[in-house]
Ligand binder design. Structure first.
Ligand code: CUK
Ligand code: CUA
Length: 633
């Protein structure tokens, strides 16, 4: 390979609409000629569908009525997580994770910087896969985990306060993509994939020798939020899911070719699903049978084919597979073909025989139904049906798992039950409780990448379209269009009985424990004291807040001081959140009822700077303010 810069030929397409362009490129990428995008409605059909949706309004939740489900939505490259009420599709809350948030001060406050740790100065992220911790295959309401593909991180959200409480940078890999939790016996581990292959260690060696690159499957201790171990694989890793025995996890690979360009990574007709024997790997790590890479101390085991290990098996599946989904009865992994019109059904109960060497890889395959163009992800109900997104066809295919298995055995059965147009180009889909044993078959969400003509145009950048589909009856029915901002790759929907959010913060919350400890060292009682503690050039300003007053109406510092303002909100009234913002200093944070928040900045300019509360809290909210007096050095 030469060291020259390489270019890809990108010619501007002539006279192609967005829709046509997308169709052309998607179809040529799939290597399928002459097939356009279906599922686009005429205006008349559209009006009819809208009328139907209105008539079918039992999903409507009136003002003041509460939803049945919490939906946790990834915010894609906005870096956040959003909470939606389902079925109303109302956005209830945003949880800043990998982004910086002006309203809450996430990324600005001392507490959030401590949680971000070694990536405190990283200001962006690409969140794809939110998944809740489980016990015995059921949501336990404790945590939601989410990946950051840009900066190779995983974060954890605490569901009692709906705030990010841990963040971990994953060593020796790049682009954490697929993420799921161990379902059984409980979420001891979070599984996540390093998507891109890199030199190891990535310290400038082997830059242009891709044959030396590799990537790894990463296993995180969910409670400690520390690395448990890593597994080297052949190819690359895309999405992942876990089984209901606790022994296996499986990841799709779309680059078995180990290519670095698009053309190189599309050559093979079959790539594979790599299955990990978590128990075997755990045992090896415990016995000290591992290596490490570079400066990292994380145990690494070799799961490549040439290592001939008991850690992995590679099951060939067509072609550049994307999503991998476990059926809620625990029986099957379904790998979604992407560039093949098929999905591959793998019987999980055959995996022990495969690992024992008694059967061959493809002997685990019990079905390979042909569903349509561009299958990306599959969701399940509790009646044996699967729902697969068809990206290129802009449809959801509803199919019977059992019938698809019978057809694979040679029986003449039609396993496809219905195809529903969605608008347009769906990626993930998700059913209510569908990734757990409690799958209830009520609603399906289709996360469509393009809205095109469904909403008022908003300039070159348009909303995406999250569609709510009622699947409780015989037929799927589209009942709601929900515009969303970049880019809900994935979501999950949890019955409200599983989530128990707190109404107030508790004073001993670990999120601000370090700030409380510092106050103790400074001899300050946070619940009553309003005072300034000087520690050389560092100045800590402790104040309380009760609507509509801060405990201090002014404080003085010197130019050149490093100022930390610590606010303790003494309000005990539900929903009375205060803010603290300082003019001309880029300082903003939220202080919820009974919470302590702190933020640090340089007082680099002499003068008067007003601070004020920016969360509306009281009739005299505008008056909730004070002065910072900065004396000239
Ligand atoms: S990925 Cu985006 S559509 Cu990141 Cu789960 Cu499939
Ligand atoms: Cu306190 Cu507004």
């Amino acid at each position: 390979m030469s060291d020259e810069n390489k270019t890809v030929e990108n010619k501007e397409p002539k006279n192609l609409s967005r829709r046509g362009f997308l169709g052309a490129s998607a179809v040529s990428a799939a290597g399928i000629a002459g097939i356009g995008i279906s599922g686009i409605m005429t205006p008349a059909e559209f009006a009819q569908a809208a009328e139907k949706a209105r008539n079918n309004a039992h999903h409507n939740i009136g003002p003041g009525e509460l939803d049945e489900y919490y939906g946790f939505w990834s915010g894609g490259h906005s870096g956040e997580v959003r909470i939606l009420g389902i079925p109303s599709m109302r956005e209830l809350m945003r949880i800043p994770v990998f982004n910086i948030d002006s309203a809450t001060g996430w990324g600005l406050t001392d507490e959030s910087k401590r949680i971000k740790g070694d990536s405190a100065d990283v200001l962006c992220g690409d969140a794809h896969h939110p998944h809740m911790s489980m016990k015995d295959g059921r949501y336990d309401g404790k945590y939601v985990f989410i990946n950051d593909k840009i900066n190779t991180r995983v974060a954890r959200i605490r569901c009692d306060v709906m705030k990010t409480d841990k963040m971990l940078s994953i060593p020796n890999v790049q682009a954490i993509h697929g993420l799921r939790v161990q379902k059984v016996p409980h979420t001891k581990y979070v599984f996540c994939n390093g998507e891109f292959r890199i030199p190891q260690p990535n310290d400038g060696r082997d830059l242009n020798d891709p044959s030396k690159y590799f990537t790894m499957f990463n296993v995180i201790d969910a409670e400690k939020m520390e690395m448990a171990f890593q597994v080297i694989v052949d190819g690359n890793l895309d999405n992942t899911d876990a089984d209901y025995t606790g022994r296996f996890a499986a990841s799709t690979c779309y680059n078995s070719e180990e290519g670095v360009t698009l053309a190189e990574s599309m050559r093979n007709e079959r790539d594979w699903l790599v299955v990990f024997d978590i128990h075997a790997i755990e045992k090896a790590v415990k016995a000290g049978k591992y290596t490490t890479i570079g400066d990292s101390k994380v145990p690494v085991v070799d799961g490549r084919k040439k290592a001939n290990s008991q850690y992995t098996r590679y099951i060939p599946v067509p072609k550049s597979p994307h999503g991998i989904n476990t059926s809620p009865d625990g029986e099957y992994f379904v790998a979604n073909g992407k560039l093949s019109p098929t999905v591959t059904i793998i019987a999980i109960n055959k995996l022990p025989a495969l690992f024992a060497g008694k059967i061959k890889e493809r002997d685990t395959v019990v079905g390979e139904p042909e569903l349509g163009l561009g299958p990306l992800h599959t969701a399940f109900d509790n009646r044996g049906n699967a729902y697969t997104t068809l990206f290129i066809d802009s449809q959801i295919a509803k199919w019977s798992v059992k019938d698809a298995i019978r057809a694979y055995k040679g029986e003449k059965v039609n396993y496809i039950k219905q195809k529903l147009d969605v608008h347009y180009q769906p990626g993930h889909n998700h059913t209510t409780m569908g990734e757990t044993r409690d799958a209830d078959g009520k609603y399906l969400i289709s996360l469509c990448k393009f809205s095109k003509d469904r909403f008022l145009p908003t300039g070159p950048l348009r909303a995406e379209n999250d569609q709510l589909i009622d699947i409780s009856g015989k037929e799927m029915k589209l009942v709601h269009d929900g515009p969303t901002f970049a880019e809900p790759h994935d979501c999950m929907i949890v019955h409200r009985s599983k989530v128990k959010p707190k109404k107030l913060w508790t004073r001993d919350d670990p999120i601000f424990a370090a700030t409380v400890a510092q106050a103790k060292k400074d001899g300050v009682t946070l619940e009553s004291d309003n005072k300034v503690v000087r520690d050389g050039k560092s100045v800590r300003v402790y104040m309380t807040s009760i609507a509509p007053n801060f405990g201090m109406s002014e404080f003085s510092v010197k130019q050149g001081d490093k100022v930390t303002v610590i606010v303790t909100n003494l309000d005990q009234v539900e929903d009375v959140t205060h803010g603290f913002a300082v003019n001309q200093h880029g300082i903003s944070m939220e202080i919820g009822p009974q919470q302590t928040s702190s933020i640090t900045f340089d007082a680099d300019k002499p003068g008067v700077f007003w601070f004020y509360c920016h969360w509306f809290c009281h009739a005299l909210h505008m008056e909730m303010r004070g002065r910072m007096l900065v004396k000239k050095a």
